[in-house]
Design a protein around this ligand. Sequence first.
Ligand code: CP
Length: 357
Amino acid sequence: MRHLLNILDLTTEEINELITTALDIEENPEKYSESCKGKILATLFFEPSTRTRLSFETAMLSLGGSVAGVSSASSSSASKGESVSDTVEVVSGYVNIIAMRHPKEGAPYVAKRHSLVPIVNAGDGGHYHPTQTLADLMTIYKKKGTFENLTIGLCGDLKYGRTVHSLIEAMSRYKGVKFCLISPEELSLPDFVKKEYIKDKGIVYEEVSSLEEAISSLDVLYMTRIQKERFLDEAEYERLKDSYVLNEDKMKSAKSDMIVLHPLPRVNEISVKVDEDDRACYFLQTRCGKLMRMALILKLLKEKNEPERADTRKMFVDPDKICKNPHCIVTSEQEIERSVYKDKNCITHCAYCDSVI
Ligand code: CP
């Protein structure tokens, strides 16, 4: 069955279709108000969320369906030590579709192996967040009318920024796209994204540490929060947390039609004064998020019996290859199969979190 674990599970044509559906839902909400009557969405959120969980839940309610779920690990039997696989085995027998957020990278890959219904990755640690990318893409489409020939600046936490990883993978498929990676060295983009989706594709990119120097060349500026919850060393977080603040002064150097995106929540990386600037699109992004999640729920339920898209990675099991990423699901899930794959350069990666082993 179809799942959405990674944005590349959707073709560019499917993304276009989702945007078309989302725009139609926006124009004609009543047409869709009973489309999911009798269907139930489970939101399994083992990590905090405002936008993603509530937009999934209101999306399903607006489609005439129902919702059930958990909003934290502490309110579920995960707090008693229940595994992801057992949780999903049980919950997928109660509902028609599951949106799951988990702090461990690769948790949705475990979930899909044990699920009777489509799984949507609503964010797995610092790995991927594909439905945020659907919100980002609809916002870019609304404001720019195209995905081609855009220079996209990604600023802040590019290392643990799951929204950044998913957006780069999505945008790397469009002609003429350039990336400007703006981060402190300690939070630079991990190789599993940079190598495969930028360098190996021959995409033009630069890595800089100064937002001031980069801003004038950008069509899209994607700001991100430095995420305290991802750091193992609090002192390092304290040192890096105020690396970038977008304010009115910096906006003066930007193009008149540059757009500012942010997955939110923000802390202080965008001054509230910037909200008054017409180029600030992060609240529009949240509205696009609900519409795209409605379109996605419709699609996955309709295509429930269609085969999953073939994974191009050639997986194999190697019990001797131990993933060293402390944020990977293999560190917490009992008796998990040690799945790995080799990339084009014959380097072995963990199949759950993509880290090099
Ligand atoms: N963008 C996003 O994922 O927000 P939440 O953490 O509030 O869901």
